[in-house]
Design a protein around this ligand. Structure first.
Ligand code: 5GP
Ligand code: ZN
Length: 112
């Protein structure tokens, strides 16, 4: 989507500190971290929110978790990290391109 900030990161139109990339998935550090380790894992396909996930997306959504867990381990927080999808403004979703937050590096890293 042309007006989506995360699609622009996927397209290389705005910069991000990328951690992992393949043909389906991109992971990058959150610009405003809420924990010592805080990064986002997104599908390259534009899906607005968890409520918009289709059956055909099941595999890539699972992949976000697998890639995120691997990156959490690579970044030293394998012993404890939080995995969050926000859905909707009321829940704090600000960017309407689905993204998995991974937060770790301190006790109970869940205050967003
Ligand atoms: P949400 O509140 O939608 O679940 O999370 C959006 C996240 O994206 C926030 O944690 C915010 O800091 C992050 N974010 C927003 N814009 C950018 C950006 O341009 N680059 C990066 N790296 N992170 C962003
Ligand atoms: Zn998008």
């Amino acid at each position: 989507m042309s007006d989506c900030i995360f699609c622009k990161i996927v397209a290389g139109e705005i910069p991000a500190r990328k951690m992992y990339e393949d043909d389906e998935v991109l992971a990058f550090w959150d610009i405003a971290p809420q924990a010592p380790v805080h990064f986002l894992v997104i599908p390259k396909k534009h899906i607005a929110a968890p409520v918009d996930v289709l059956e055909e997306d099941d595999k890539v959504i699972g992949k976000l978790i697998r890639i995120g867990a691997g990156l959490a381990a690579e970044n030293g927080v394998a012993d404890g990290f939080r995995v969050i999808f926000n859905n909707g403004r009321k829940a704090g979703q600000e960017v309407f391109h689905i993204h998995l937050h991974i937060l770790g590096g301190r006790e109970k890293p869940w205050r967003m």
